[in-house]
Design a protein around this ligand. Structure first.
Ligand SMILES: [Zn+2]
Length: 127
């Protein structure tokens, strides 16, 4: 169980980075592709505006590069080192992983990006 009040909780659940009371996203399931990046205007619990400034989430592209590499390395280690596949099969596994985990990677990087700029606030939860 992940602890509410830590950045890890907000990053992995997509919860509001300030109060952790509700999801930032309109649709919780990242595989509803038409809604994958739809973020609510603000938190209905603590009224935090998620877009600090216009096109704020463009910055998450930098994070998504790092997250994508992490997924690719994990796919390589599992297929090549643990399952003993050939290099070609490992390459296919990497491409498939990055494509099929795309929505998760996009959301994870947005969650990490917003958590760089906002911190959990205990006082907001009580309101
Ligand atoms: Zn909130």
């Amino acid at each position: 169980m992940m602890l509410k009040g830590t950045k890890i909780y907000s990053i992995f659940t997509g919860a509001c980075p300030k109060c952790h009371q509700e999801s930032m996203y309109e649709t919780k399931n990242p595989y509803v592709l038409s809604d994958v990046l739809k973020i609510n205007e603000k938190c209905s619990h603590c009224h935090t505006r998620y877009r600090i400034e216009p096109s704020f989430f463009y910055g998450s592209m930098y994070v998504s590069y790092a997250v994508g590499i992490a997924f690719a390395v994990a796919a390589f280690v599992i297929s090549y080192l643990f399952l003993g596949s050939s290099l070609m099969t490992a390459f296919i596994a990497i491409v498939a992983t990055v494509i099929f985990c795309g929505p998760i990677i996009m959301r994870l990087s947005r969650n990490i990006w917003i958590n760089i700029f906002m911190n959990y606030d205990k006082e907001l939860v009580k309101k």
